[in-house]
Write a protein that binds this ligand. Structure first.
Ligand SMILES: C[S@@+](CC[C@H](N)C(=O)[O-])C[C@H]1O[C@@H](n2cnc3c(N)ncnc32)[C@H](O)[C@@H]1O
Length: 378
């Protein structure tokens, strides 16, 4: 069983980190803190999480400085369910002079970054919260002088890139106008999106906004180069809780033949594609009508342990090869509940001798649910 395939970036410089900063959905700080504390404890990286409700981030301060290489190997972004982004912090400036922010930023970089350090991109970020809109505007403006300054002091390559985050990236994260965390993220161990937010355009002909959840899940969990292999005209799927058809829309637009299960009404345009067979049935009782399918997807809003059990059953019976599904988060003890569901699913799949990879994320387009992707490796 693999969690996902870790690519450990080779680090050719020394950098001491004072903590880890994880961005998450506002309201999920306590869950994020539990998760980062658990992972760090497992790898004997000791510290404590500073949690402020509804701030959209958690700072895990190390008791003593940790080498970036060790942290990069121990704490893997893909293993964190609640993290939208993760950066290794090398300096925290809580009292930035609002009239001259660059001087203190310069001093911190000068103190902490070695001569070999050269970032490929640099971003100025803030938390995604209701009150954070003004700060986000400021961050966009500030990114221009920030990057110019970094370039002129050879902390950032001269060449500009289209993507926000490429190679090693320097992050300036503003808690507010005069409080900043400076850190780095490494390729293969972070989100490639600014602020960890995967913005997607809603396709005008899709039947529901839920479509963006499956789109984000596919883009997040399946490398671009492999998407054609997993979704094409020879592939079949079952969509449980399909109506009005946002998830089916994503499958159909990739040429996949879909059995759509729900008691509700399916979008007419989708039905007209000829790629959808609709069955008004209970998703918990349905069995694939035309033999095994490649994919099981499920967006039924139901008790997470019931859905987890159903997904496991399909995979163990071999009715579906791979699965993407949502687990609804309970009001309380969300981290504990998700961990239990994960442990149950993984232990049953292992006991059945299935070789698979597990990925799970609280995606940007999710609300109170975590999306899980299980890919069979054989
Ligand atoms: C969040 S909606 C799904 C939205 C859909 N994924 C989309 O993108 O349009 C949940 C759906 O699950 C269906 N559902 C809930 N329990 C079900 C069950 N036991 N069997 C079949 N469908 C069920 C509901 O009727 C509802 O249409």
């Amino acid at each position: 069983m693999t969690i996902s395939s870790p690519q450990h970036h080779v680090i050719e410089f020394n950098l001491s980190l004072c903590g880890l900063l994880c961005y998450c959905r506002s309201g999920y700080e306590a869950n994020m803190a539990q998760e980062i504390e658990a992972i760090c404890a497992l790898h004997q990286i000791f510290g404590f999480a500073k949690v402020l409700p509804h701030t959209g981030f958690v700072y895990f301060a190390f008791y003593s400085p940790e080498n970036i290489q060790r942290v990069n190997e121990a704490v893997r972004f893909d293993e964190l369910m609640f993290a939208r982004q993760m950066i290794g912090v090398f300096a925290h400036i809580p009292n930035l002079n609002r009239n001259d922010r660059l001087t203190q930023i310069h001093e911190a970089c000068d103190t902490h970054l070695s001569k070999e350090f050269m970032a490929q991109t640099a971003v100025v970020e803030s938390a995604d919260t209701e009150d954070g809109k003004e700060l986000a505007k400021f961050c966009r403006k500030f990114s221009v002088p920030f990057r110019q300054h970094l370039r002129s002091h050879q902390w950032l390559v001269q060449r500009k890139t289209k993507q926000a985050l490429v190679g090693m990236t320097l992050h300036a994260f503003f808690e507010h106008g005069s409080c900043i965390h400076l850190g780095v993220s490494l390729p293969g161990n972070r989100s490639v999106h600014e602020n960890g937010i995967y913005r997607l355009k809603f396709p005008s002909d899709a039947p529901s906004r839920s479509t963006l959840k499956l789109e984000e899940a596919i883009q997040t969990f399946i490398p671009k180069a492999e998407q054609q292999h997993y979704f094409n005209g020879d592939v079949s799927a079952v969509d449980l809780g399909a109506c009005p058809g946002g998830w089916t829309y994503q499958l159909v637009s990739r040429g996949v033949q879909v059995e759509a299960i729900d008691n509700g009404a399916m979008d007419d345009k989708l039905m007209a594609t000829g790629l959808v067979d609709y069955f008004a049935a209970d998703g918990f009782k349905y069995q694939p009508q035309y033999g095994k399918v490649n994919w099981l997807v499920c967006d039924m809003i139901e008790q997470p342990d019931r859905v987890a059990q159903l997904m496991t059953q399909w995979l163990v019976k071999g009715w579906a090869q791979h699965a993407i599904f949502n687990l609804k988060l309970p009001m309380k003890q969300r981290f504990v509940a998700m961990n239990e569901a994960k442990t149950n699913i993984i232990s049953q799949l292992k006991a059945a001798g299935i070789n698979f990879s597990w990925q799970a994320k609280h995606l940007y387009h999710n609300r109170d649910e975590v999306t899980v992707c299980i890919l069979r490796n054989d």
